[in-house]
Design a protein around this ligand. Structure first.
Ligand code: AP5
Length: 225
């Protein structure tokens, strides 16, 4: 079977996690979210989590030396043998180069970089209204755009819904600045190598999902030819 080695990128709150949760089921790929991995380390109180939390709470990127080895090892795991959905990595050119090298050493390559585009003012509204399941962070809601059936309760497992610590307006602004200065250059990086696919993230979640799913299905067909 052909591999689907995909990255999902875009500004904070663009809908990467929302879409990854759906695509994971469509294509049976592991969803590897750096943000979720780091937040799990924070709640377990590990040394790595304690170091990462300072940067996350400030809306800044955690240092590359904390994250790069963790993710390049993760894509080599058995469950990612037929592909993966990377969400939140790479976030700068150094991380993108490290990923390309790691895949190349496994005689693999990236299939596509899926960019979800949303303007800054919409991002602030989205993140301020986001609620996340306390038990499973891939269960994501929005108080207006994607509300749970019962306020404050996850539809999928009945757990409580919480607001993330970094979803305060001041931190959201810093995260956006970091995105524009450090992650946005990856648009040119992946465009030059022909891997970039763009999606209008201002559409509703179902419509965005339908567009990405159709593109990924085509990519899989092309990879198998
Ligand atoms: P991370 O967790 O990756 O945060 P992020 O990139 O800022 O992205 P978010 O998770 O906030 O948003 P999303 O795009 O997944 O949107 P979602 O689907 O939830 O990273 C957090 C921190 O960890 C970073 O700041 C950094 O410190 C650190 N970090 C992580 N990776 C790192 C790395 N590689 N290097 C260094 N540091 C790293 O949707 C948002 C809301 O909008 C939800 O409420 C949802 O219901 C709603 N919504 C989704 N889609 C739609 C739609 N189409 N229409 C209307 N509403 C929608």
């Amino acid at each position: 079977m052909s591999e689907l080695n995909l990255i999902l990128f875009g500004p904070p709150g663009a809908g990467k996690g929302t879409q990854a949760d759906r695509l994971r089921e469509d294509f049976q790929l592991p969803h590897i979210s750096t943000g979720d991995i780091l937040r799990a380390q924070v709640s377990e109180g590990t040394a790595l989590g304690t170091e990462a939390k300072r940067f996350m709470d400030a809306g800044k990127l955690v240092p590359d030396e904390v994250i790069v080895g963790m993710i390049t090892d993760r894509v080599a795991d058995g469950d990612a043998r037929d592909g993966f959905l990377l969400d939140g990595f790479p976030r700068n050119e150094h991380q993108a180069d490290a990923l390309a090298e790691a895949l190349s050493s496994l005689e693999r390559h990236l299939t596509a970089a899926l960019l979800i585009e949303v303007p800054d003012d919409e991002i602030v509204r989205r993140l301020a209204g986001r609620r996340v399941c306390v038990k499973n962070p891939s269960h994501i809601y929005h108080v207006d755009f994607d509300p749970p059936k019962h306020e404050g309760v996850c539809d999928q497992d009945g757990s409580r819904l919480l607001q993330r610590d970094d979803d305060r307006e001041e931190t959201i602004r810093t995260r956006l600045e970091v995105y524009h200065s450090q992650t946005e250059p990856l648009i040119g990086y992946y465009d030059e190598s022909g891997l970039l696919r763009r999606f209008d993230g201002t559409r509703g979640p179902d419509e965005v999902h339908a567009h990405i799913r159709a593109t990924v299905a085509t990519l899989r067909l092309e990879e198998s030819l």
